[in-house]
Design a protein around this ligand. Structure first.
Ligand code: ATP
Length: 361
């Protein structure tokens, strides 16, 4: 924050529909700031696969420094199937940002929005309101760029679980459950692991149990990853906060996004002790890029998460009130059933959805 509650937002639109959904979201942030005791200064910076193709750099140093300096980062999507590093891996500056800025908690809420058709027929599916907290700096992703292939015979990637990494992500999950409890959620954290097979996972669970003792008001549960995949289809409404290793969280959060409608509805936040990056769960979606068909709701809800995070950090309730306004406007649009995104077989694209949400603010 620079002066009189003006927040510097580092905007990284990236590739494909990332550019489109960010363009749809910024005017809504301007709108909620009108007449409010806060304002935003948006600074757009290059990064991503197309920028890599043009310049040879996926995450320029200036962009990284701008992200470091900003009060928060709003991110579209990055990556493009045909544009890759020489070793064949995808361009994914979002992974570098997580490490560089120590964004250890990947927060992936999945809430059933009234009016959005859900894939589960069970009427209790309307009660889905859960958050996957994905450890984002270690786990199996610690092996990114370090895997080994031996003589075309064997490949190896190594899972890393540290005490520090686990303690902080578990604490984050318990505190999140406490905050949600104040809004009527049951106050349950489920540690999702494979502690019956891997020592790394047993260690993750042991630290979870240690930290649980510091949060006696929150119920601590364990669930194996395979059983969790099953129960997220059978009875997802029984979950509140789930905390898990990086790779498991990567997979589960796509599953939970599908439970509440699809990728275009799923927001996310990558948060550390000093920095926060807010982005939709989806990627650059090359199949629909440039057609105006992307659903911007996930990005708009990610912007609301950003407002909540800023509200908390700067003790500014009006920012949280603006987040609630955005969520209420999204809910009103879908509850009216007048807007049906292409994603759900309808004919409403990025501009129409953003305009409908704006008119409900
Ligand atoms: P990444 O690996 O970069 O996260 P991905 O390969 O999982 O990306 P996405 O880019 O998220 O893939 O796209 C997956 C599917 O979801 C595609 O068919 C895409 O068109 C669709 N999709 C993703 N985001 C949206 C959106 N905002 N609106 C509509 N459809 C979307």
């Amino acid at each position: 924050m620079t002066s009189s509650s003006t927040f510097d937002i580092c905007v990284l639109p990236g590739d494909g529909i990332g550019v489109e959904v960010i363009a749809a979201t910024l005017p809504l942030l301007e709108r909620v700031a009108q007449g409010a005791p806060f304002s935003f200064r948006f600074g757009e910076h290059p990064a991503g696969a197309q920028h890599f193709r043009a310049s040879g750099e996926a995450l320029p140093r200036d962009t990284l420094e701008a992200a470091r300096r900003a009060d928060a980062i709003l991110f579209g999507a990055m990556g493009w199937p045909e544009i890759r590093y020489a070793d064949g891996t995808e361009i994914a500056p979002q992974l570098d940002l997580r490490v560089e800025l120590d964004l250890y908690a990947g927060v992936r809420p999945a809430r059933a929005i009234p009016g959005v058709r859900l894939p589960l027929a069970d009427p209790r599916a309307k009660d889905i309101d859960l958050v996957v907290v994905r450890e984002s700096t270690e786990g199996l992703f610690a092996s990114r760029g370090k895997g080994v292939i031996e003589g075309d015979r064997e490949a190896r990637d190594t899972m890393v679980i540290t005490r520090r990494g686990s303690e902080r992500v578990h604490d984050f999950a318990f505190k999140l459950a406490q905050q949600r409890q104040q809004r009527g959620r049951p106050g349950i954290v489920t540690c999702v692991d494979k502690a019956n097979v891997f020592v790394s996972m047993a260690f993750f669970r042991k630290i979870f149990d240690e930290r649980a003792a510091a949060f006696p008001d929150i119920e601590a549960r364990h669930h194996y990853i395979d059983a969790t995949a099953l129960d997220l289809v059978r009875k997802p409404w029984t979950f509140d906060v789930l905390v898990t290793e990086n790779m498991f969280g990567d997979i589960l959060s796509d599953q939970t996004a599908a439970l509440v409608g699809g990728m275009g509805m799923a927001p996310s936040a990558d948060v550390g002790d000093r920095h926060g990056l807010f982005q939709p769960c989806h990627g650059s979606a090359p199949d629909i890029a440039g057609q105006g068909k992307a659903n911007p709701t996930a990005t708009i809800l990610s912007a609301a998460l950003m407002l909540d995070w800023l509200a908390d950090r700067h003790a500014m309730p009006p920012l949280a009130a603006a987040a609630r306004r955005i969520e209420a406007a999204v809910d009103a649009v879908f509850a009216s059933r007048r807007i049906v995104p292409y994603e759900f077989g309808g004919h409403d694209g990025t501009a129409a959805i953003a305009a409908a949400i704006a008119s409900n603010l």
